[in-house]
Design a protein around this ligand. Structure first.
Ligand SMILES: Nc1ncnc2c1ncn2[C@@H]1O[C@H](COP(=O)(O)OP(=O)(O)OP(=O)(O)O)[C@@H](O)[C@H]1O
Ligand SMILES: [Mg+2]
Length: 394
């Protein structure tokens, strides 16, 4: 039996039919709608789905994987189902309200999967309580609570526990500390990174951190305004750099390819350089392709705001997931060579000016992390990294 789903996206502010997804028990394919193909403003939903008629396969590398859950979302959805689900079931099972980007799936005019909303802030302590239970691998968890968490998790990728939350009229993403496995206050440091990046002019989503009491203990939660929703909640198409480069999880990647795509797509490659330099200084080693993304703006794919930038202690070294010219061992000096500046289209004077702006900001990082709730140990664990950054730019 073949199931058929309408697939829509957003052009401008309008939700439009882009095509149809056909799904059998073991395979899936996508076909653009002829009306969509005739539009002059039609865009490929993913580079792997070029704008031509006829069926295009969705497996083994799903071009819609940004609409599917990642590590954390899979964990919760499999848990709610009580078994391991296949890729397309996971993708279609995501709560429509929180789905990443603008791609939506429909049957008979009803969005798949229409849930009954995402939680509000007041429910967060309960949600984190259940997220903790899942992270700890507990077996006796209330079924209804798991389903609620699953609705909240949506298609947001990443391994860290998280949930969508509606605050007022807007959709936000809440990132939680792990109950086990966080060796320091990772969330406070991530919040400090966002503050610092915003100060030096890197585009960041609106964000705030809050202390939430869960089971009697205080936890730092990071709230990020969803950048794939407009002020009035219109969906904005999103592709991760992984989708943009037609890569799959674990493929690694190189700034060269990312800059190449950005240039062709109409995005700002100098902003990528500023992010790369910031990431090299703070030791943002986990800068894999899913941690960069693009939002559709008119006829271009523009850079999504920076996200998931996390420092690591200096002892962890300089080996980044995203290489530059084939090498993953990256420091500030790697990005200031003539070749690197040429690649990103940054002039030496502009590079110097940016690095000067970074100095005072790097110096305030420990205080910023503390202000977001990092305890003395969490602050000190990053001292050597901060000192090394300061030495590199002094
Ligand atoms: N402000 C935002 N608005 C919309 N989507 C976002 C936002 N921040 C992150 N995302 C999406 O959610 C995904 C997960 O977020 P994030 O990368 O911060 O989580 P993580 O669990 O720390 O990831 P990782 O496994 O890389 O450590 C991102 O890959 C991105 O697609
Ligand atoms: Mg991530």
């Amino acid at each position: 039996m073949t199931d058929v789903y309408d697939v829509t996206t957003v052009i401008g502010r309008d939700e439009v039919l882009a095509g149809r997804l056909y799904r059998t028990r073991t395979a899936g394919s996508f076909e653009y709608d002829s009306g969509y193909l005739r539009r002059r403003d039609a865009f490929a939903l993913a580079p792997a789905l070029a704008l031509f008629p006829g069926a295009q396969p969705l497996l083994p590398a799903n071009p819609f994987s940004d609409s599917a859950p990642d590590t954390w979302g899979r964990k919760v959805q499999n848990r709610a189902a009580g078994r391991r689900l296949d890729e397309l079931t996971l993708m279609l099972g995501v709560n429509d309200e929180g789905r990443q980007g603008a791609t939506r799936f429909w049957t008979d005019g009803v969005a798949v999967t229409a849930g009954d909303g995402v939680p509000v802030e007041a429910e967060l302590a309960d949600i984190i309580h259940v997220a903790d239970q899942i992270e700890r691998g507990e077996t006796a968890i209330d079924d209804v609570a798991v389903r609620r968490l699953f609705r909240a998790t949506g298609s947001l990728g990443g391994a860290r526990p998280k949930a969508n939350v509606r605050i007022g009229a807007h959709l936000w993403l809440a990132k939680f500390p792990k109950p086990v496995g966080d060796d320091w206050n990772v969330i406070a440091w991530e919040a400090a990174m966002l503050d610092a990046m915003a100060t030096v002019g890197i585009d960041t989503p609106a964000h705030t951190s809050k202390r939430v009491i869960v089971d009697g203990s205080e936890r730092t939660v990071l709230f990020l305004r969803r950048f794939d929703r407009t002020e009035d909640d219109v969906r904005v198409p999103y592709i991760s750099a992984m989708t943009a480069l037609e890569a799959v999880d674990g493929d690694g990647g190189d700034w060269v390819d990312l800059v190449d795509f950005a240039r062709l797509a109409g995005a700002d490659s100098a902003e990528l350089w500023r992010r790369a330099v910031f990431g090299a200084l703070v030791g943002n080693l986990d800068d894999h392709l899913r941690n960069h993304g693009f939002l559709r703006r008119g006829p271009a794919w523009k850079l999504a705001p920076a996200f998931d930038v996390n420092p690591e202690p200096l002892d962890d070294g300089h080996a980044h997931q995203l290489a530059l010219f084939g090498t993953g061992e990256l420091e500030l000096a790697s990005f200031t060579t003539k070749d690197a500046l040429g690649l990103f289209g940054v002039k030496p004077a502009g590079a110097d000016a940016y690095i000067r702006r970074l100095r005072p900001v790097m110096a305030t990082l420990p205080a910023a992390a503390a202000a977001h709730g990092a305890d003395a140990f969490s602050v000190s664990v990053m001292s050597s990294r901060v000192e090394s950054a300061l030495a590199a730019i002094s």
